[in-house]
Design a protein around this ligand. Structure first.
Ligand code: AMP
Length: 174
């Protein structure tokens, strides 16, 4: 899906020097860009046969919600701490400096459900791993991970080994 790349804007030195930020706002602003991305994700999720979509705050919500609607599935969400009003579980993950956490409602996954976890971009894979762990603690089965972008110069494949992983475009150098 290399034609998707034309819709993704690369911003050097954001949010800090040395990091290239892959900006999907330009992709979702464009009807064709959004459609192409969702077509690719939909094809993958139909193949793996999920019965629930989990979207990660906040760009994972954009793709996750549209995908769930296309597939006639429910959407569950993983949010930053303190945002979800009912009983939650939480999982920490490592950032470059320190750690962060995500939360899910305890009743957002039913035992035995086949779940696809959705985000916009996989860098180290730490965010996705934290969400996969929460899904499993809630007795769901992670049947796949779907992302628009994979930064293949980072070792996310190792971190997420054992999970079925799909991304539509990759960047293989910083
Ligand atoms: P990670 O946990 O390292 O895989 O980071 C993935 C999360 O951070 C995703 O939710 C991305 O939206 C965001 N992210 C990390 N690196 C970048 C980047 N270079 N450009 C855009 N978003 C990024």
């Amino acid at each position: 899906m290399s034609n998707l790349k034309q819709y993704i804007r690369s911003i050097p030195d954001f949010p800090k020097p040395g990091i290239t930020f892959y900006d999907i706002t330009t992709l979702i602003q464009h009807p064709k860009g959004l459609e192409l991305a969702l077509d690719g994700m939909e094809t993958y999720v139909r193949r793996i046969g999920a019965d629930r979509v989990v979207g990660i705050e906040s760009r994972g919500f954009v793709f996750g919600a549209a995908l769930a609607d296309r597939l006639d599935l429910g959407l569950s969400i993983a949010r930053k701490p303190g945002k979800l009003p009912s009983k939650t579980i939480t999982e920490a993950y490592e950032l470059e400096y320190g750690t962060d956490r995500l939360e899910m409602h305890e009743d957002s996954i039913q035992p035995g459900e086949k779940v696809v976890v959705v985000d916009d971009l996989i860098a180290t894979g730490g965010t996705l791993l934290a969400v996969c762990r929460m899904v499993e603690r809630l007795k769901g089965e992670v049947v796949g991970i779907s992302s628009v972008i994979g930064l293949t110069f980072l070792p996310f494949a190792e971190k997420l080994k054992g999970y079925d992983l799909d991304y539509l475009v990759s960047y293989d150098s910083e």
